[in-house]
Ligand binder design. Structure first.
Ligand code: SF4
Length: 468
């Protein structure tokens, strides 16, 4: 029997502030060894052979594998790591994959992340937030396609969070559950607190996804200079004042812990290539997840390991990737990193999450090798799924929008909506992905089928206990 949550203390804040420096030190201390191809080859073989399915990899062993990204990108060794992951994926998840879809609810954002098109100081785009009716309509369309997991995503829009989020979660869960009772709902928004997550769980929330961007505090503060993501919010979702302390940075790191304490599934991840020592960021994700497992034991549901990447943004004149010196080869390392994540965590404790920030062939390769969880047909602007089938110039019904900014409400067109997408991404129909899965011998299943049975029945009881 695991210790009741009420008797488990919070993880000490000092742990969060130490993750990146520990990861970087472990990684860099191996640089000399890893530059010797023969030595590294022997080490990699040993690590793959001795991996314990109940534990995953130690931080030191995980760091060694990460030297295959750039220190010594030996093709044979990289293939060995991917083959080991593939074998593990088959043992753990069989020939199955679960599909998810993000639904953007607001492109209003009060933060100013340099890598994002929705940052508050980008005046070259129109902003929208959506109504509950619009989420219901999109939910009906998407649930019928066969998704089992639905993510509410959006900018740092505190007004929407305070006024509409519980209704949006509830409306989405209600609609998708009519089509598939095993449907699950996540949010990827401003990080909140245990109490906020508990309240959202009561109206249908299953999971909280929080991508840290970088575990390097100085780099985080450089790329995220202002707004809720920099300064944090309190339990009433009120923006905190700018201070010398990294409240936004810490609060974001604690989001997974708060969601686990609220009985929810958690997702974590770092932006691939944002840090010049991106391997230390990837290792930080592993050290963070391993700490949650050792501290919270059976209370931790399988963690979703996201793989965000810095893609070009839609309003090209505000794109800062080149001037910021971003040069990481995401596409050629995506599959290897997905394999790394799967091997680093204990079996069944991590769902590697493949996404549309890379070409569909790479996304599919990553799924075959390591990822049991993936997005397919992705649109990243509010109500984009509703306008997808219209003509380019078609007018869009304003009943779908809670608030708009940047154009005349009477004249909203499909083009204006899609021009406001958060960043450039690959787009393929869900059905095309399913064909690809079938060609690769994969069946699409509900993501709930990967959860321990106790978690599924508890979540059903939570819903049944809710007043109508
Ligand atoms: S990454 Fe998120 S918080 Fe940052 S500017 Fe973009 S939408 Fe806003």
């Amino acid at each position: 029997m695991s210790t009741p949550m009420s008797q488990i203390n919070h993880i000490d804040e000092s742990f969060y502030f130490s993750i990146f420096s520990s990861a970087k030190e472990i990684f860099l201390s191996q640089k000399e060894m890893a530059s010797n191809a023969a030595l590294l080859g022997g080490k990699v073989d040993q690590i793959l052979e001795n991996r314990d399915p109940k534990k995953g990899l130690s931080a030191e062993d995980a760091a060694t594998l990460l030297h295959l990204v750039r220190t010594s990108p030996d093709e044979t060794l990289r293939n060995k790591v991917m083959a080991a992951a593939k074998a593990q994926r088959e043992r753990t998840f069989g020939h199955t994959v679960a599909t998810m879809v993000p639904i953007e609810v607001s492109s209003f954002c009060a933060s100013t992340c340099k890598f994002c098109g929705w940052r508050a100081d980008n005046k070259d785009m129109a902003r929208l937030s959506i109504t509950t009716e619009a989420i219901r309509q999109q939910a009906k369309i998407l649930a019928t396609k066969g998704f089992s997991h639905f993510e509410i995503a959006g900018g740092d829009d505190l007004k929407l969070l305070k006024e509409s989020l519980p209704d949006l979660v509830n409306a989405l869960k209600t609609e998708v559950s009519k089509v598939n009772p095993a449907s699950r709902v996540s949010i990827c928004l401003v990080p909140m607190y245990e109490k906020n997550y508990s309240d959202l769980k009561k109206v249908g929330l299953d999971c909280v996804l929080t991508w840290q961007e970088t575990y390097d505090e100085d780099l985080y503060n450089y790329h995220i200079p202002s707004g809720p993501k920099a300064w944090g919010v309190d339990e009433n979702l009120k923006l905190q004042k700018k201070s010398d302390k990294s409240i936004g940075f810490l609060h974001r790191l604690q989001s997974q812990e708060f969601s686990i304490r609220a009985g929810l599934q958690a997702g974590l991840g770092a932006m691939i290539g944002l840090s010049p020592t991106t391997e230390a960021d990837i290792l930080s994700v592993v050290m963070h997840g391993q700490k949650l497992l050792s501290h919270y034991g059976d209370h931790v549901q399988p963690m979703i390991i996201g793989m965000p990447a810095w893609n070009a943004i839609m309003t090209e004149e505000t794109d800062q990737r080149i001037e910021e010196g971003f040069d990481f080869d995401t596409e050629n390392n995506f599959e290897l990193l997905s394999a790394f994540y799967l091997l680093a965590f204990p079996d069944k404790q991590a769902w590697v999450f493949s996404n549309g920030r890379v070409a569909p062939e790479i996304q599919q390769a990553c799924i075959t090798t390591a990822a049991c969880f993936t997005s397919t047909q992705v649109e990243i602007a509010p109500v984009a799924y509703l306008v997808g089938l219209n003509d380019a110039d078609a007018q869009v019904d304003v009943v779908n929008f809670q608030r708009t900014h940047g154009f005349n409400e009477e004249d909203i067109t499909k083009k204006e909506i899609l021009d406001g997408e958060q960043f450039k991404h690959y787009y393929e129909l869900h059905e095309s992905f399913v064909e690809m899965f079938v060609d690769n011998g994969l069946d699409v299943v509900n993501d709930s089928s990967y959860l321990p049975a106790a978690t599924v029945s508890q979540s059903q009881e939570d819903r049944i206990a809710e007043p109508a």
